[in-house]
Design a protein around this ligand. Structure first.
Ligand code: GYZ
Length: 483
């Protein structure tokens, strides 16, 4: 009797312990999961996960190479004020000097780009090989290059008699190039702009500014229905971070008017002031636009999960026209082409900046660069358009690019190995059947431990060279291991 009772107690004790422990373990796991997946409820966060799949976004992605244009009143002083040259970015000159607001604003009466020829600009861009252009409609200084119904600080007040943005949009569109508008939310001219919101009056003024900006943006969309998207800037201040709702509502308003419109992540802040990515780590806007004057590391494949675009200056940091380019390193065409290739190899777009002069022409250095890049693009552009991340193991000679249109894989050589051999490592189930340079097959050696070695021609390469790699599944008939 006694033994049975003990047995019974032990049984229930063991059963209880088991249930208790299991439930503890389970709870711990559940908590872990909760922590991992904990999402904050946001009204103004990301609108969707992953990449947009519509045709407008596919076009943006296929374009890959764009021209950025920074043009405004800053092209007049061009980095010089009262006889002194300032080495900072030309469009930031008013913040580097003690120029008064009214003195800067009066530059509007001198903005008369009589040599501006939109068709020549568009032809130059086309020849360079870009597929789209992003132009400053309003930079931080607040000057509007289009005829705006919401301010007099626009092209209509300047002596220039033309309808600048219209001429621009028409000419680029006629060349088959997509047009995007840069718009600075930060506005040094507008009395209602605030850097921070510290009082009720600040909120009231900033609300007025927000309405002004939204009106202008909808006006741009209405007057230029060809515009494919907006590139927002100047949104790093507290005022904007404290008003995530405004950035959300601007995105929504633009998308309501044109569901296919494309908006960069720089516009956005969420409910808690997170920018670009919301407080749950999800990208806001349609593509990540944070790579400014630098690119992701070659091994940083985290970017391939999203759409992204890098913007790049030709000197170290000049966007608007600066008269003295000897003040910093000026990138060579090959440096720029390498950056373009690297960007595309990581599934991104590359936006190369030009800063026209106040008379409406481009400086000679920019013309030369556009020409040289154009020559390379003429021959090799097929590797850029529709190019994407190929998912192969990095090699020192350069970058792989997969063409999403015909599924071809290319190797772009930017560092020619001294042994004239291009190493290609493939997944176990794949083989390299051919390597083609300008229509000619190159010899391929196979090493069981190291993979394939494509034998390159002896001569030096003077610009990045594209080699088409014929990759097949191992089960197919040809066996290059016996080549
Ligand atoms: C502007 C800007 C494209 C550039 C130019 C500049 O001020 O004149 O239009 O964008 N600014 O961007 C940033 O300064 N971005 C930034 C700021 C802090 C950290 C990283 C990037």
């Amino acid at each position: 009797m006694k033994t049975t009772a003990i047995k019974k107690v032990s049984f229930y004790f063991i059963l209880f312990s088991f249930v208790f422990l299991t439930s503890c373990t389970f709870n711990t796991k559940e908590n872990d999961n909760q922590n991992k997946t904990a999402t904050k409820t946001l009204k103004y966060g990301s609108q969707y996960s992953g990449k947009r799949g519509d045709k407008e976004m596919q076009k943006f992605r296929a374009n890959r190479f764009g021209q950025f244009i920074h043009w405004g009143l800053y092209s007049i002083p061009a980095g010089e004020w009262k006889g002194k040259i300032y080495s900072g970015a030309a469009e930031w000159l008013p913040k580097m000097t003690n120029i008064s607001r009214s003195e800067w604003d009066s530059l509007i009466y001198k903005f008369n780009p009589v040599k501006f020829n939109a068709k020549e600009w568009a032809a130059m861009a086309k020849k360079m090989g870009v597929k789209y252009v992003t132009i400053t409609t309003k930079h931080h200084e607040g000057f509007c290059l289009w005829k705006s119904d919401y301010t007099d600080f626009d092209i209509e007040t300047a002596p220039y008699k033309g309808d600048l943005i219209k001429e621009f949009v028409d000419a680029y569109t006629a060349e088959g190039l997509d047009v995007y508008f840069y718009y600075s939310i930060l506005d040094w001219h507008h009395p209602d702009w605030r850097y921070d919101i510290k009082s009720k009056n600040d909120s009231i003024a900033f609300e007025r500014y927000y309405q002004f900006a939204k009106n202008q943006l909808l006006e741009l969309q209405r007057k230029f229905p060809e515009v494919k998207g907006f590139w927002f800037d100047g949104t790093w201040d507290q005022s904007w971070k404290k008003n995530g709702r405004y950035s959300y509502e601007i995105e929504m308003a633009l998308k309501k008017a044109n569901p296919g419109v494309i908006v960069n992540s720089r516009l956005r802040a969420d409910d808690l002031g997170s920018r670009h990515f919301d407080s749950n780590g999800e990208l806001m806007g349609d593509y990540q636009s944070g790579y400014e004057r630098f690119l992701p590391e070659k091994k940083d494949t985290s970017v391939v999960k999203m759409d992204w675009e890098a913007c790049m200056t030709i000197p170290v940091n000049q966007w608007g026209y600066h008269k003295d380019w000897t003040l910093s390193h000026v990138k060579s065409p090959n440096e720029i082409i390498e950056m373009l290739v690297k960007t595309v190899s990581l599934g991104g777009n590359f936006l190369l900046n030009f800063g026209p002069k106040s008379d409406g022409t481009f400086r000679d250095e920019e013309k030369v660069i556009a020409h040289e890049i154009g020559n390379w693009m003429d021959k090799n552009g097929y590797v850029i358009y529709n190019g994407d991340y190929a998912g192969l193991k990095n090699q020192d000679w350069g970058y792989y690019i997969k063409n999403t249109f015909n599924n071809s894989v290319y190797g772009v050589i930017v560092n020619k190995p001294i042994a004239n051999q291009m190493r290609v490592e493939l997944p176990k189930n794949k083989k390299l059947e051919g390597a083609v340079l300008e229509g000619k097959q190159l010899p391929i050696h196979f090493h069981d431990r190291l993979g394939y070695f494509v034998v390159l021609p002896e001569e030096n390469f003077i610009s990045p060279v594209v080699i088409k790699l014929e990759i097949a599944d191992k089960k197919s008939k040809h066996n290059p291991e016996h080549i």
